[in-house]
Design a protein around this ligand. Structure first.
Ligand SMILES: [Zn+2]
Length: 357
């Protein structure tokens, strides 16, 4: 393989926005044909394109792209409480094994990377799967006429996939979900949109670490920091692990495009922020060996989940007093909060029955 061809294959990665990247990882023949057309239109030869496709699930060491996170930052910079956020880059790491499926905030040291968010591809794959299964569970099982026995059977199968990823250092790969996907035809538009926001939540959480000064950078002005801490301290069980709860909360504000004064937020923004974070945190809980125990670096997953949902729902309080906001939309946020909570609790309780922790 010539170096030139390798570089060409690499440059094809640069053309893809993060969402496209996730999209093409589901190696669907039709999507791959579109990708081939794109490659040819960009002047790449067929061999290079095939090389790229063969490496989609194994590309190493890194893939990096500015765009996804810049969009998130752009949304937030209008709110005024945040300063100098122009320097974030996200980096996907190609292959991942479940014990290290994670994202982290690392201060950048190269010339153009002010701050980096390392995000392993496997975590994103797991998030997409969780979002799909949540959507199906809510709409077709619990929301439909399925018995609780049928619901349980479904949840066990979701857990089978996660347990495969969690144990034996298995790769997190959408390929592992093929049988599951064929059986239930999961993956609707609703699920895709939640997965997209859950993806942004992970990046937003890592940005939160930068903003809070947990790395050697601090982008959050003091007033905004005090404001968000005040809200955090109003919630329960936050004394320990505050360094992880706060980035979660900042991530909510980032992904739901909400000003820090909590006014004028749309119920739909609150709902998407709520569900996106809920799916990311559910995924993380299912990848942890014990979701109810803290690790040396992180508080228990259920505390993070509870805190996040409470914080998200907190944003609808001002809306409840505003007569022009349709009640139905407020109720919808509350209903989905319950559904997300039910999904998280059901899965993690079943894990106990399965003696997974
Ligand atoms: Zn963190």
């Amino acid at each position: 393989m010539t170096e030139q061809k390798e570089n060409a294959a690499r440059s094809l990665f640069q053309m893809l926005a993060p969402d496209d990247f996730a999209y093409y990882l589901n190696t669907d023949a039709e999507k791959l044909d579109v990708l081939r057309q794109q490659g040819i239109a960009s002047g790449l030869d067929v061999e290079t394109i095939e090389l790229f496709i063969s490496q989609l699930n194994t590309f190493d060491p890194t893939y990096s792209n500015h765009r996804g996170i810049q969009e998130i930052v752009k949304n937030f910079s209008r709110t005024g409480g945040w300063v100098d956020q122009d320097f974030f880059e996200r980096v996907f790491v190609g292959v991942t094994h479940s014990p290290i499926a994670s994202a982290s905030a690392v201060p950048g040291d190269s010339e153009d990377d002010g701050a980096l968010c390392l995000y392993e591809n496997g975590l994103m794959q797991a998030i997409i799967f969780a979002s799909d299964t949540f959507s199906y569970f809510g709409q077709s099982l619990k929301g439909g006429s399925a018995s609780s026995k049928e619901c349980n059977r479904y949840l066990h199968q979701v857990l089978d996939v996660f347990s495969q990823w969690r144990t034996n250092a298995a790769n997190i790969d959408q390929q592992d979900t093929i049988t599951f996907r064929e059986k239930y035809s999961i993956g609707d538009d609703f699920a895709t949109s939640i997965a997209g926001i859950a993806d942004a939540f992970v990046v937003g959480h890592e940005m939160g670490h930068h903003l809070l000064g947990h790395t050697d950078l601090r982008f959050l002005d003091v007033k905004a920091l005090e404001q968000i801490k005040l809200l955090a301290y109003n919630l329960d069980h936050l004394e320990d692990g505050i360094d992880e709860y706060l980035p979660d909360m900042i991530a909510f504000n980032l992904i739901s495009d909400s000003p820090l004064n909590f006014r004028n937020m749309q119920p739909q923004s609150i709902l998407s922020g709520l569900l996106g974070g809920a799916m990311a945190l559910t995924t993380i809980s299912l990848l942890m060996s014990d979701p109810y125990k803290s690790t040396p670096s992180h508080p228990p997953a259920n505390y993070r989940f509870d805190n996040y949902l409470a914080y998200a729902e907190f944003h609808i309080l001002p809306l409840s007093l505003n007569a022009s906001v349709p009640r139905e939309q407020i109720l919808q946020v509350k209903r989905f909060r319950k559904e997300a909570q039910f999904f998280f609790d059901s899965l993690n309780r079943l894990r106990r029955e399965r003696r997974e922790y």
